[in-house]
Design a binder for this molecule. Structure first.
Ligand code: NAD
Length: 321
């Protein structure tokens, strides 16, 4: 079995590589070549932690395995990341473990890649202004991936805790794009593409704040009860997702579904757009919304890529088990 430690990931998997892996696995899911297994997520009743597994099998990419991950709120005080993830891969022919891969950076890369795939496939070609709602850990990855997927000219940002917006300003300074902190009304009025990446449990953006033709990648809602945009906005948009089953239960679409504003059949897997069986955006005025819930197959795809690159570089650690 090979071990690819967390510290090696940054040199092995670039945002471009993560984009390629995630786009391919979304396409495989839509073709029926890859499927996610039911997610397990439990409160441990210890250390205030949430812990669970996301798993699946990609028959096309031959990736079988799981991501074990969770949230330990006390970790920060110990100098550790609160979110902890590790990916385990297995040989699909024998069931033998083939790799253990550090999953913290990979989680950020695969989440940002999903949002970027949606932007590339669904945003108007003449979109110029990127609006960021949220300025936490994931936001910097989202911003970096988005500007690689589309030629934005400037970035506007809003965050509940404004002092955190310096994170986005710093990334923009590094990549050479102007950044401005704005109100939510200004953000909706100026942005052609909006990424939401917060841990909010109530709608932040309202339908009335969004212009026709906007694309939204809603990436923060990955749990029952979380919400970033008004259910009416989801209903007014053409909705896409990584996986419909997750979108309607724990993704941004859960609220519009719960309110009876949309049905499961109104939501399209982004893989269908990648494969060409759905046209994606069909007019300049359409609001498109990608509900990025985060699926196990994304984790397996980027982990498998890390393993193959570590093997090629001779940097993976081999152990007998
Ligand atoms: P973080 O703790 O670093 O940042 C949290 C962000 O949410 C900050 O911008 C904060 O100001 C904002 N926020 C907190 N409470 C809020 C509220 N009530 N209203 C509005 N904004 C609020 O978290 P992070 O690591 O950046 O993750 C952000 C979200 O993305 C989390 O909900 C996380 O679970 C989710 N996430 C989703 C995926 C996926 O695949 N979809 C993957 C990783 C993380």
């Amino acid at each position: 079995m090979l071990i690819v430690p967390e510290k090696l990931i940054a040199d092995l998997v670039t945002p471009e590589a993560a984009y390629e892996a995630v786009e391919a696995v979304f396409a495989a899911m839509a073709r029926g070549d890859a499927r996610n297994f039911p997610v397990v997520r439990e409160a441990l009743g210890h250390a205030d932690a949430l812990y669970g597994f996301k798993s699946g099998f990609d028959r096309a990419g031959l990736a079988l395995g799981l991501k074990s991950g969770g949230y330990w709120p006390g970790n920060m005080d110990r100098g550790l990341t609160n979110h902890q993830s590790t990916v385990f891969l297995f040989d699909p022919d024998t069931g033998r473990p083939s790799a253990m891969v550090g999953g913290n950076l990979l989680t950020a890369l695969r989440t940002a890649a999903a949002s970027a795939v949606a932007i590339k496939r669904l945003a108007r070609k003449n979109a110029r202004v990127l609006g960021m709602v949220g300025a936490g850990h994931q936001s910097a990855f989202q911003l970096r991936a988005a500007v690689k997927a589309h030629a934005f000219e400037r970035v506007v940002g809003w965050n509940l805790h404004p002092e955190m917006l310096s994170r986005l300003a710093d990334v923009c300074a590094e990549i050479g794009l102007p950044f401005e902190a704005v109100s939510l009304d200004e953000l909706g009025a100026q942005a052609d593409v909006i990424i939401t990446i917060t841990s909010s449990f109530a709608a932040i953006l309202k339908h009335a704040q969004i212009r026709p033709g906007t694309h939204l990648s809603c990436m923060g809602t990955d749990t029952v009860g979380k919400q970033e945009v008004e259910a009416e906005l989801v209903a007014a948009a053409t909705a896409f997702t990584d996986e419909v089953a997750q979108s309607v239960t724990l993704g941004e679409c859960q609220h519009a579904i719960g309110a009876g504003l949309i049905a499961d059949s109104d939501i399209t897997a982004i893989g269908d757009v990648i494969n060409g069986s759905h046209p994606g955006r069909t007019s300049e005025d359409e609001i498109t919304l990608f509900d990025g819930t985060g699926v196990g197959l994304q984790d397996l795809a980027v982990a498998a890529m890390a393993v193959s690159r570590a093997k090629a570089a001779g940097s993976a650690i081999e152990v007998e088990i």
